[in-house]
Design a protein around this ligand. Structure first.
Ligand code: NAP
Length: 294
């Protein structure tokens, strides 16, 4: 089982040490979560981020604008947080109020505080191979493979889903690591024609148990990003674990796989962003040595 809990714990421990260093330097890493919905599962997710932040010593502010918020209210909040030097990371939760479009809001998140890679500039920089925070879920897929010692270099990876939060950024992260990538979507028919030849299949669709043993080659690796709420409140992935588990060599569970790592990475990005605001003073003795010779 390609579980994410141990990796999330390692990331948290590493982060706690960095948070202590930053606090000693007078910087309190601070994540702001903006939401404009009364959706219960969003509220649950925000509470879980807030708890995880507190456990790692980060400050986490919830900016709840309510389900009646307008696009202007949300952009004003994002712009205000982007200009607030005490805030280091900003995430905007979905769903948004009816008629408010995500892509019109995300440009208001300052790229250096865009800890979930939502601003299109972050995706553009990622595509160009430049420094940017990747969307945490896409990065969690790669981190999970790394953690379990599964290299992607030279492998064929089929990613099912082409959203800007998972499929598209994952394409760039995988290409950067020299994988050969096939991106599938709702018009990729028959889906198994594209997923069967792959060494690694990543499912990021949002359809309960869409992928079965029909889609998975013998001994391939399967990463399930899907988090689909069932009627009884349980979570299910996009991959049928019983059917796919019969053929795959390894499979990530839902819950306890990618999702467990995602939150830890958002917090890690916030700590990294806070770290970039610290300027270390040169020792006095060195200052004169560094003066240009005239
Ligand atoms: P999304 O924006 O709705 O995108 C879904 C993608 O799946 C689209 O590209 C769509 O194709 C494709 N698709 C839909 N039906 C398909 C089919 N029958 N065959 C092949 N492709 C199909 O979803 P998302 O935001 O990427 O999320 C995907 C899943 O990941 C959801 O379950 C979500 O809850 C989960 N998720 C988990 C985390 C986490 O931290 N664990 C974070 C984010 C998302 P088209 O482009 O052609 O429409």
């Amino acid at each position: 089982m390609l579980t994410g809990t141990e990796l999330a714990r390692t990331l948290r421990l590493d982060m706690e040490a960095k948070v202590r260093e930053l606090r000693a330097a007078g910087v309190e890493p601070h994540l702001a979560v903006v939401l404009a919905t009364d959706d219960e599962s969003t509220a649950w997710y925000v509470r879980s981020i807030s708890r995880a932040a507190a456990a790692s010593g980060l400050l986490c502010s919830i900016v709840d604008l309510g389900p009646e918020a307008s696009a202007e209210d949300i952009t004003a909040a994002l712009a205000g947080l982007s200009n607030d030097p005490a805030v280091h990371g900003i995430i905007l939760q979905t769903p948004l109020p009816d008629g408010v479009l995500l892509h019109e809001l995300t440009p208001f998140i300052a790229p250096d505080k865009d800890v979930d890679g939502a601003n299109p500039l972050s995706l553009g920089r990622l595509a160009a191979g430049q420094d940017a925070f990747p969307p945490a879920t896409a990065q969690a897929v790669v981190a999970l493979l790394d953690h379990h010692g599964i290299g992607v270099e030279g492998k064929h990876v089929a990613v099912v889903g082409r959203s800007v939060v998972v499929g598209k950024p994952l394409l760039h992260l995988l290409l950067e690591r020299n994988a050969t990538v096939t991106i599938c979507h709702s018009r990729s028919h028959p889906l198994e024609q594209y997923t069967q030849p792959a060494d690694i299949v990543v499912a990021a669709v949002g359809r309960t148990h869409l992928l079965t043993d029909l889609h998975i080659a013998d001994q391939s690796v399967v990463i399930d990003v899907g988090t689909n709420a069932l009627e009884d409140g349980a979570l299910a992935g996009d991959v049928d674990p019983v059917s796919a588990g019969r053929v795959a060599s390894a499979l990530s569970p839902v819950p306890g796989g990618v999702g467990a790592v995602t939150t830890a990475l958002i917090l890690q990005h916030t700590v990294q962003a806070a770290g970039r605001t610290v300027s270390f003073k040169q020792p006095d003795a060195l200052d004169s040595d560094l003066l240009p010779v005239s």
